[in-house]
Design a protein around this ligand. Structure first.
Ligand code: GLP
Length: 271
């Protein structure tokens, strides 16, 4: 596991975008797993800049988003009709600014009448695409990935889940309130890739910023593996793992000096 600690949010975002851009350059038709939330916004901005100024090419890239609220919509042909869906978020923050093909974008359809069918379709579509090469992940305040709330099986697959009060509160503050949507109108259910689905990705990259997540970062990376902190499953992943933190998010890690040392050594030895 590579744990990279950067000075602040901007540096964390730049570092993350650089890793993703290098990945795309080395495999132009790669399958990326993408995340939402406020944390990846800086990363997406930087990727957009790289597309515009450095010709970073998304034309063959295939994407699968982690999750979507149930009851909110996806119609990438009419993005401005969408509410606070993750489809709209992705369109606004990344997709509309780069040369990705619409048919290569996958986000669970939150407006479906048959969510369980969508979940199965999603799992099949990921398989058909050859699996996810690199999955980007944020971290919820309760330690979740996607919407895998505490108690989710660490082998879970894409499915319908109910959101905890904490997640609803956090996401209300970050998105719904700003859009003048009442708290009661917020969806209480979502479709999310499971922890097992995420662990199947060949490489995973988790990004976290800010002191309010320092404690949960320490639990996730240095605590026991537990379904109460679903992201602690990162310790079970068998492929490439990169964690990019800012100083604040890393501040409660016991082994912080070791992680810094390892990064320096790897640079020195070109590993
Ligand atoms: C939501 C998303 C997660 C994300 C989390 C953290 O719950 N489903 O994928 O990691 O929010 O969001 P933020 O980055 O805004 O703290």
């Amino acid at each position: 596991m590579d744990i990279l600690i950067r000075k602040n949010y901007e540096e964390m975002s730049k570092c993350t975008a650089e890793i993703i851009a290098n990945f795309i350059s080395s495999k132009p038709n790669c399958v990326l797993g993408l995340a939402t939330g406020s944390t990846p916004i800086g990363t997406y901005k930087e990727l957009v800049r790289m597309h515009k100024e450095e010709d970073l090419d998304f034309s063959q890239v295939v994407t699968f988003n982690l999750d979507e609220y149930l009851g909110v919509g996806i119609d990438l042909n009419k993005p401005y009709n969408l509410d606070q869906s993750y489809a709209r978020f992705m369109y606004e923050e990344l997709f509309k600014h780069v040369n990705i093909k619409k048919e290569n974008i996958h986000i669970p359809n939150g407006k479906t009448k048959d969510p369980h069918k969508v979940c199965q379709w999603y799992e099949d579509a990921i398989k058909e695409a050859g699996g996810i090469d690199l999955q980007l992940l944020g971290l919820g305040m309760d330690g979740h990935w996607g919407f895998n709330e505490p108690g989710s099986s660490l082998r879970s697959r894409t499915r319908v889940v109910a959101l905890t009060k904490q997640t609803l509160d956090d996401n209300y503050e970050a998105f719904y309130k700003k859009a003048n949507i009442a708290r009661e109108e917020m969806p209480h259910f979502a479709i999310t890739m499971g922890v097992g689905t995420i662990l199947d990705a060949r490489n995973i990259m988790m990004i976290v910023s800010g002191s309010k997540k320092a404690e949960v970062v320490a639990k996730c990376l240095e605590g026991p593996v537990t379904s109460q902190i679903t992201s602690s499953a990162i310790q079970l992943h068998s492929g490439g793992i990169t964690v990019v933190l800012d100083e604040d998010a890393a501040s409660k890690l016991d082994n912080i000096e070791h992680y810094r040392h390892v990064e320096k050594l790897k640079i020195e030895y070109g590993l």
